[in-house]
Design a protein around this ligand. Structure first.
Ligand SMILES: [Zn+2]
Ligand SMILES: [Zn+2]
Length: 160
């Protein structure tokens, strides 16, 4: 039996993946987790403004190849901090897809210096150069399934 503790990167990225499962946009499911001092301070997924209709019910509102209805996962996580008065300075973000340019700018402006992402997605070159220019860093995480086998294992094993 594998008793190795799950590394932080795997743990926080898994939270972002879990959040993405709540996405209400059918085009792409994205999740984002904000972490400060190894604690989760906020999370978000891409979806409509609270109170608006959902893409999954009404179809996406697509203009120029983008769904305009949704607020991106990263923005939702940052806005949750704004709404509740939680500082983001020095926080890190875990996001399931490489952030778009608008989200990258917001992430950097919020004082976040470390961006962890799971999937490459239309990686924007200006976003990448901004990250470098501002002394922030971006790093790709790949999930190792050995840490997640237990999630679906219903057997109860005694610790020997
Ligand atoms: Zn949509
Ligand atoms: Zn975005």
């Amino acid at each position: 039996m594998n008793n190795e503790r799950i590394p932080w990167d795997q743990y926080f990225m898994a939270q972002a993946v879990l959040l993405s499962l709540r996405s209400t946009c059918t085009r792409l499911e994205v999740g984002a987790t904000l972490v400060r001092d190894k604690r989760i301070i906020a999370g978000g997924y891409n979806g409509a403004v609270s109170g608006d209709v959902h893409c999954i019910d009404e179809g996406c509102y697509v203009v120029d190849g983008h769904c305009l209805r949704t607020i991106h996962a990263e923005m939702n996580a940052l806005l949750q901090c704004a709404k509740l008065g939680v500082p983001t300075e020095g926080a890190e973000i875990y996001v399931t897809h490489f952030p778009c340019l608008a989200c990258t700018k917001a992430i950097l402006q919020a004082g976040i210096k470390k961006i962890h992402y799971l999937h490459d997605y239309r990686n924007d070159s200006y976003a990448q150069s901004l990250i470098k220019q501002l002394g922030a860093s971006v790093h790709q995480v790949s999930l190792d399934q050995k840490y997640f086998a237990k999630l679906l294992d219903n057997s109860t094993e005694e610790v020997g």
